[in-house]
Design a protein around this ligand. Structure first.
Ligand SMILES: [Ca+2]
Length: 152
């Protein structure tokens, strides 16, 4: 009995520490099927030799929005590949100092949603908002929140 419980615990521990992310590809971008906190999402991208997406230029931003709109009858929310709010590699290295983790570049290009980012100590990671008219505008959230994510 005790042995069976130990084996069960070992299986649960294995499942808890291993990500089984599946992705749908659209152009150079890979959209996760599952949700993870930011650090785990970053690792899930690394596990496939990719990085969390860095929206570090207007061209890349436009391409991402264009591809998603095309896959969703003109609306990102209708896209068949993006499942919801999605982590990017953007995060704060110090309060008010934003960086693309994948490239370690500061934010030169930005497309924050109105009123964003929140200037809060525990809100330090950037996600791309898909709901309503958000159109992948950037918002910051607590990095421990489980969200979908985009690798490249
Ligand atoms: Ca913050």
């Amino acid at each position: 009995m005790a042995k069976a419980i130990l084996v069960s615990l070992a299986v649960v521990a294995f499942l808890a520490t291993t990500s089984f992310s599946a992705f749908i590809q659209l152009g150079p971008f890979y959209f996760s099927d599952n949700t993870l906190p930011w650090v785990e999402a970053r690792q899930a991208c690394r596990d496939t030799n990719r990085s969390l997406v860095s929206v570090d230029s207007a061209d890349k931003d436009r391409n991402l929005v264009r591809l998603l709109r095309a896959s969703g009858n003109g609306a990102i929310e209708n896209s068949t590949v993006i499942k919801g709010q999605s982590w990017s590699s953007g995060h704060e290295v110090a309060e008010g100092v934003w960086e693309w983790d994948s490239t370690h570049e500061p934010f030169f290009y930005t497309r924050w949603f109105v009123g964003q980012p929140d200037a809060l100590d525990d809100i330090n990671c950037v996600y791309l908002a898909t709901r309503g008219v958000s159109d992948l505008y950037w918002r910051d959230a607590n990095c421990s929140a489980a969200m979908h994510f985009i690798c490249e």
